[in-house]
Write a protein that binds this ligand. Structure first.
Ligand code: BES
Ligand code: ZN
Length: 638
């Protein structure tokens, strides 16, 4: 299984190549969108048109020895189709021991059928009810290999004393720990009762209480309706530190102070976003710092963003991750895409909002640098082979695995589209449009077509002469980057480009480059612009001054190590081995694994390192690395 955020091999191309790849094919005819109909979610067995889950009550024991959650899930049902008496749920690798139907007081066994597992979608669970019951209660336990959970032994944690577990439900992994309608088209409220060993603190994407007594018995309530991919749980030796009165961090005790310092601007970020787009609707905003095996940068679990510790680099240079996950509180958690084909409505809007937060807090220069880095990545990612994944609105049937979306499309092209609209319409007007959009579709799931209809009325027709329908549609329905795309220049990157050119030409030693004030973004840009390979002497020269090899900064490491590998610089191998053993964030490790896999000797080394790292890795990262190291890697998308 390959996933969007790891399509980073593309980053390895030098900038010159990126620019060449930028030329989009100009669409001859702009294709009209299909009419707005209730669009089925290809990635779920659920039939929300017949019956929808309105509320979920979980009662689960967290068992670290068995690496399992076990107990009951009770679903409150709203029947829509008067004739239907079958409830179809999604599940994956669950052991189901009993299913009952009832009204909450009396229960009767209900017959059910668990279909053979599909590799991507799991097992369809059909519950045959005698009548349209108000509630269904399922007694079950999860598999130690549940795709949506990772179980860490104490040795794999910072404190080394307490085990740790966490979920990652997006995109379709909630079904591996709760039997439910695993589609963004259904929203439900939930409550939960969890038991854990006494020394363990449990948290959920719900009303976590910073002052909760740590006693192994926890209750949660989530009054705002959420789609299943936002269901989240974590348990371990977790302590809280406040940032403001409505924001704080949870982390292992040795990490809380560092995390609170790194994320000190979170309160300002919330205030800024509220000013732009209306109130934060989720009560508290806390951040949970996970162990380094967390497979993503961040996950926007409501009220409790999950983040990788790899962004805690000491200078707040990677806090756009927090801006991003916070932004999802509007784009994604409040207004949700209705099928994975519309994922850009989540990630593109969020990347746009993220960039606005960064601009507002840290200035336009920083926002521009981040835009340039992302757009270069996008240009490199778009090839002739993945054209069908380049329109923002992917066609039905194209996206087999919902995790196979191109990140360049959904994140960067999505954000770029909104930046285009903002520039043409005017910032104040566009801000008003987005604020009204979040309000209009709050707590709903929508498709690209619904967005387009809303935008036609409230943007194109309201501000005539600014953007034509054809220009608008080209972004949504055509591959490549439309030639209406606004360009951004970065003076700070120009200086980096100049320094790099001088050094490569032998006119300047690294020590003479004025890099004292460079932040992660400048280092990333410097490395990305280097040629495909360097000589050993050049690598040593850079390392002698800047110590890229062995860097604690994952954004630098993920770009530097592949360059050393392509250059045949074997001296970096011990550092690479440490890096791959320490970090499980897919986006950071995959480019290095892929670069290694390009030669037989590199592949052998990668397999050795992976064998050692594997016990500490998340199932999602394991799947990606396995695919990259397989004899015949799948090549549907790069
Ligand atoms: N919601 C995503 C993570 C995700 C996307 C998980 C698709 C599963 C399927 C999250 O908000 C995200 O975008 N994370 C990025 C952060 C970045 C763009 C700042 C990541 O993890 O790299
Ligand atoms: Zn996101």
């Amino acid at each position: 299984m390959r996933l969007p955020i790891l399509m980073i091999a593309a980053l390895l191309l030098p900038l010159a190549a990126c620019e060449k790849a930028a030329e989009p094919a100009k669409p001859a005819v702009v294709e009209a969108p299909a009419a707005a109909v209730a669009i089925a979610d290809e990635h779920s067995y659920a039939e929300p048109g017949k019956v929808a889950v309105k509320h979920l009550a979980l009662d689960l024991a967290v068992d670290f020895d068995k690496k399992s959650l076990s107990g009951t899930a009770t679903l409150d049902l709203a029947w829509k189709d008067t004739t239907s008496t079958t409830l179809v749920l999604d599940s994956r690798d669950l052991t189901i021991t009993k299913i009952e139907a009832g009204d909450g007081t009396t229960w009767a066994d209900a017959p059910y059928e668990l279909a053979a597992a599909d590799a991507l979608f799991g097992s369809k669970l059909s519950i045959n009810l005698a009548q349209q019951a108000a509630k269904v209660r399922i007694t079950y336990s999860t598999s130690p290999d549940a795709s949506g959970l990772q179980w860490l032994t104490p040795a794999m944690t910072l404190g080394k004393k307490t085990p740790f577990m966490f979920s990652q439900s997006q995109q379709i992994h909630a079904r591996s720990w709760v039997p439910l309608q695993d589609t963004t088209q259904v929203r439900f409220t939930y409550d939960a009762h969890l038991t854990t060993p006494k020394n363990v603190m449990a948290l959920m994407s719900a009303d976590n209480d910073p002052k909760a007594a740590r006693d192994g018995d926890y209750s949660f309530s989530m009054p705002q309706p959420i789609p299943s991919y936002l269901l989240a749980i974590a348990a371990g030796d977790l302590a809280f530190q406040a940032i403001t009165d409505r924001a704080g961090v949870w982390a292992e005790p040795a990490m809380t102070a560092k995390a609170a310092a790194e994320f000190a601007d979170t309160g300002k970020m919330i205030d800024t976003t509220e000013k732009l787009y209306g109130p934060y609707r989720w009560d508290r905003y806390d951040i949970l710092v996970l162990p380094p095996s967390f497979p993503y940068g961040g996950m926007e679990n409501p009220r409790l963003t999950f983040v990788t510790p790899t962004v805690i680099v000491g200078d707040q240079s990677l806090v756009s991750l927090i801006a991003h996950e916070l932004a999802h509180s509007w784009s994604g958690n409040l207004v949700t895409f209705s099928t994975s084909r519309d994922a850009w409505l989540n990630e593109g809007f969020t990347s746009y909002v993220e960039n606005r937060i960064i601009e507002s807090l840290y200035g336009k220069e920083r926002a521009d640098m981040e835009n340039v880095i992302e757009r270069n990545e996008l240009k490199a990612e778009f090839t002739d082979e993945n054209k069908d994944l380049q329109p923002l609105a992917v066609k039905p049937g194209v996206l087999k695995d919902p995790d196979d979306n191109l990140s360049g499309t959904v994140y960067t092209k999505g954000a770029w589209f909104l930046q285009f609209l903002e520039q043409r319409i005017g910032r104040a007007e566009f801000d008003g449009f987005l604020k009204a959009y979040f309000e209009h579709f709050a707590f709903q799931s929508i498709s690209t077509v619904q967005f387009a209809e809303y935008a036609k009325t409230n943007l194109l027709d309201k501000y005539p002469g600014k953007v034509t329908q054809a220009e608008f549609d080209a972004w949504l329905y055509q591959p490549g980057i439309p030639d209406t795309a606004p360009q951004t220049a970065s003076a700070r990157f120009d200086a980096v480009d100049q320094a790099r050119t001088h050094w490569l030409a032998g006119h300047m030693a690294p020590a003479d480059i004025d890099s004292a004030k460079w932040t992660t973004q400048e280092w990333v840009h410097f490395i990305e612009g280097l040629p495909e390979t360097l000589t050993e002497a050049q690598i040593k020269q850079l390392d002698a001054v800047w110590k890229f090899t062995g860097t604690p900064n994952g954004e630098i490491a993920q770009r530097w190590y592949p360059l050393t590998i392509r250059s045949g610089y074997l001296a970096a191998r011990p550092a690479i081995s440490d890096f791959l053993a320490r970090i499980g964030r897919r986006k950071l490790v995959m480019p290095t694994y892929k670069a290694l896999a390009a030669t037989p000797d590199g592949l052998a080394f990668a397999r050795e390192v992976f064998a050692k790292a594997r016990p500490g890795l998340h199932p999602i990262t394991i799947g990606s690395v396995e695919a990259a190291l397989a004899d015949k890697p799948a090549t549907a998308t790069p």
